[in-house]
Design a protein around this ligand. Structure first.
Ligand code: ZN
Length: 117
């Protein structure tokens, strides 16, 4: 296999987020909005707004998902998704170097620049 577990997890979560469970989706959104908050000078007010819009979750299941850190969370999401819905996921790898392509539809490798159009 020409790619790591975490590379695969990033790819799956990015391109197949729609197939995640509702709890996983909430945890993902929560994490993304926490990142956005990090550099925000108006943090307190924005936190309130995010919470009101449910972009930041207040549900304990969300925190449980993210307990082991973000990398661990997306690896778990990816494993679960591939074992339950693997048939719906295209793992697009380069025919030349075997690494993961940027997207499921990409026809050019971002690592070795091989082109399979
Ligand atoms: Zn390649």
């Amino acid at each position: 296999m020409g790619y790591s577990e975490i590379e695969l997890a990033e790819y799956v979560v990015k391109h197949y987020a729609g197939l995640l469970t509702l709890t996983q989706k909430k945890a993902l959104k929560h994490h993304q909005h926490l990142l956005k908050l990090a550099d925000n000078p108006d943090r307190e007010r924005v936190t309130l707004m995010y919470t009101r819009n449910k972009w930041l979750s207040e549900e304990p299941e969300t925190f449980t998902q993210l307990d082991g850190g973000y990398s661990n969370f997306i690896v778990n999401c990816s494993k679960e998704l591939l074992s339950n819905q693997g048939a719906d996921v295209v793992i697009n790898t380069c025919p030349q170097c075997g690494r993961l392509a940027r997207t499921p539809l990409a026809k050019q490798c971002r690592h070795c620049f091989f082109d399979w159009h």
